[in-house]
Design a protein around this ligand. Structure first.
Ligand SMILES: Cc1ncc(COP(=O)(O)O)c(C=O)c1O
Length: 369
């Protein structure tokens, strides 16, 4: 398809995000009944029942626009986090907040520093603003913050750090992060993407990012209700930063960006401590199981603190991904990240994890014959 001549010419080079296949489509294509999706780092447990009840209650109000200021959710979250309501901004998923950061801070000929591999949206959102993206390779599956600092120059406007990172699953500890932030010029915005915060925060040296916000006004922290809270389908995330920074990001926000059902669900999910605890238990158990089973099969996995496992098959992973698809298990091949021998597997329920292991083992054994 030719790129429209009247569209901004630089957009032609921007990659379209390649979504995973819907589960129903895989079932239809391969004639399967009970496919399992372990591809998008969602919550295998499902949404919080409290959130579901809140959505049901809010359904009769969807003829109204949502509250453009997310008033009730803002008050509740501000109290919970111990921050002022003005330091919060909500997005249609935390994705949208990353896009706001790129839109408000990066323009033509500006530079954005990111790690490699990392969450694809940082690059896509920056290229969509015609900024230049500088990728800094990880070292042994960890951020190389010294190398990232060295890439910050007069044109740098933004640095994105996913903590923990997707697709790698490792995290930057507090001390290293604080040291990095001390070396970043004030005019450079550092976006700290904590989409997997709830899974990682129990680690003793996981950063107290809201504490760091008090020391570094050029820091912006994003989190989401999509992962631990199980609300991916509703699209809601939040950002925390200095009110002046949040105000600047608000300029590129569409007034009703967060829908009414998402606001109701998120507020209810915040109260559901039991669901969150169950989620964390499920993920911790499943992660250990998957890593251990991979080890037994001779597959290397990265030491992840998230709800997914990055596995190196040591050979082209796409045929294995396709073999798993045919057997009704959907995982994520890592070719878009340049990691052709890797699969990313989202932790599922115990039976789903077992099924993945069984099918993976069968594929590997068959190809070894
Ligand atoms: C590192 C990271 N950041 C942000 C997101 C976006 O999440 P959402 O837009 O659902 O809040 C994801 C989702 O996979 C992610 O992995």
């Amino acid at each position: 398809m030719p790129f429209p001549k009247s569209a901004k010419a630089y957009l032609e080079a921007v990659r379209n995000y390649e979504p995973g296949k819907p589960i129903e489509e895989v079932e239809r294509e391969y004639g399967l009944k009970h496919a399992v999706k372990m591809a998008s780092n969602e919550n295998a447990l499902g949404p919080s029942p409290k959130a579901v009840a809140a959505v049901r209650k809010a359904l009769s109000k969807i003829h109204r626009y949502p509250d453009g200021g997310s008033f009730y959710l803002r008050q509740k979250l501000a109290r919970k986090l111990g921050v002022s309501p003005e330091s919060l901004i909500f997005g249609n998923g935390s994705d949208e907040l990353l896009v706001f950061a790129a839109r408000a801070f990066a323009g033509a000929s500006d530079e954005v520093v990111i790690a490699d591999p990392t969450f694809l949206i940082y690059e896509i959102a920056s290229l969509a603003e015609n900024a230049r993206v500088i990728k800094v390779p990880m070292r042994d599956f960890h951020y190389d913050l010294d190398a990232m600092r060295a890439k910050i120059g007069p044109k740098t406007k933004l640095v994105f750090i996913a903590n923990p990172d997707n697709p790698v699953g490792t995290y930057v500890p507090e001390k290293a992060l604080a040291q990095f932030l001390s070396g970043v010029p004030e005019g450079v915005l550092v976006v700290l993407d904590e989409a997997y915060y709830e899974f990682a925060r129990a680690k003793k040296d996981y950063p107290d990012s809201l504490g760091l916000l008090r020391r570094f006004p050029n820091l912006f922290v994003t989190r989401t209700f999509s992962k631990a809270y199980g609300l991916s389908g509703l699209r809601i995330g939040y950002g925390v930063g200095a009110p002046s920074l949040v105000g600047a990001l608000g300029k590129v926000r569409e007034p009703f960006n967060v829908n009414l059902l998402a606001q109701a669900a998120a507020a209810a999910a915040l109260d559901d401590k039991a669901h969150l605890a169950r989620t964390l238990r499920l993920v911790a158990g499943g992660r250990a199981y998957l890593r251990n089973e991979c080890r037994k099969m001779g597959i290397f996995t990265v030491d992840t603190v998230t709800n997914f496992v990055l596995a190196d098959l040591g050979r082209p992973a796409r045929p294995v991904y396709e073999g798993l698809l045919k057997r009704g298990v959907i995982v994520r091949p890592m070719n878009a990240w340049g990691l052709g021998t890797f699969l990313r597997i989202t932790v599922g329920k115990p039976a789903e994890n077992k099924r993945l292991v069984k099918e993976l083992r069968a594929i590997l054994e068959r190809s070894a014959q």
